[in-house]
Design a protein around this ligand. Structure first.
Ligand code: LIP
Length: 281
């Protein structure tokens, strides 16, 4: 199934509306959440009522306008197929649950074997990032670019963490980055970490394993803002997750060497589900 320019433009228009609606729900949920108890899905894995509310809203709106499209959401799952919306209703849930205003909603659209559209919104700061493949990336309507730095002694990288990969590998990557002369941060919201690479607030983001809903929109933002990324869809990341790397071109090699995550050397093409299944069986 191939999608043309006009069909993509209609989805881009819906995406711009959806992020604003989702931001409104997330903001209201954040105001209610403060001081409330939180639930856990597992160790260090938070769940709030707002995750479900935002995802249900986005899912219903898409199903109404484009019933032919697939859907994959962090909370409700789904069958993405080859043309699908991929949604993280609240990324940075641990921050959200602890009243730290560093979280976002992330929505991506995958078609023609690649991520075509991406949007990330920080509801508290009212910052809306949008990208369309081949047409650039923007923050609140203004074009954005990755940083031009080549000086490691001036870099600030973010190294995302989850308990889905061994701690020793994370510590070793962080150690290598500090030894190379970089500052290393962790903001606990991977999608915003990637958006911050796209707009030059950060020089690179890496994580040893991320799920597609956390990173697809951000990877497209960085690509469209002139950055370098690692492979993700071509590793079967849509349904299984994969390592993530995104950086300013002048310092990407340092991040790649420290983390062992390679840089992409061509397009990052979607592995069809049946092939992915054969590869991992
Ligand atoms: C989390 C991210 C976190 C990242 C983890 C995780 P959640 O997503 O925000 O920064 O390191 O891989 O997936 O649970 O907040 O949506």
């Amino acid at each position: 199934m191939t999608i043309g320019d006009e069909a993509l433009a209609r989805r881009e228009a819906l995406l711009a509306e959806l992020v604003c609606e989702a931001a409104e729900l997330a903001r209201a949920g954040f105001a209610r959440q403060t001081g409330q108890s939180v639930s856990m899905k597992g160790p260090q894995d938070y769940l709030t009522e707002t995750d479900g509310q935002v995802e249900n809203h986005v899912r219903a709106r898409i199903a109404d306008v484009f019933p032919e499209d697939g859907f994959l959401g962090e909370e409700g799952g789904g069958e993405p197929g080859v043309q699908a919306w991929v949604v993280d209703p609240i990324d940075g849930t641990a921050n959200f649950a602890r009243a730290i205003p560093h979280f976002c909603v992330a929505i991506a659209f995958v078609a023609n074997g690649e991520v075509q559209l991406g949007a990330i919104v920080n509801p508290v700061l009212d910052e809306v990032y949008l990208a369309r493949r081949g047409r650039g990336a923007s923050l609140n309507g203004k074009p954005i670019r990755v940083s031009a730095t080549t000086d490691i002694a001036a870099t600030s990288f973010e190294m995302g963490w989850s308990n889905r990969r061994p701690l020793a590998r994370y510590i070793s990557a962080v150690n290598a980055l500090f030894e190379a002369g970089s500052n290393v941060r962790r903001g606990a919201c991977g999608a915003l970490g990637l958006a911050y690479v796209a707009d030059g607030r950060s020089d690179g983001y890496a994580e040893l394993h991320m799920n597609s809903w956390d990173c697809l929109a951000g990877l497209l933002l960085v690509h469209e803002a002139g950055g370098v990324t690692g492979p993700f869809l071509s590793l079967g990341g849509l349904t299984e997750g994969a390592p993530v790397l995104a950086a300013a071109p002048g310092v990407a090699n340092t991040l790649s060497d420290a983390t062992g995550i390679p840089l992409l050397s061509g397009p990052d093409l979607l592995v069809p589900a049946d092939e992915e299944h054969r590869r991992t069986a």
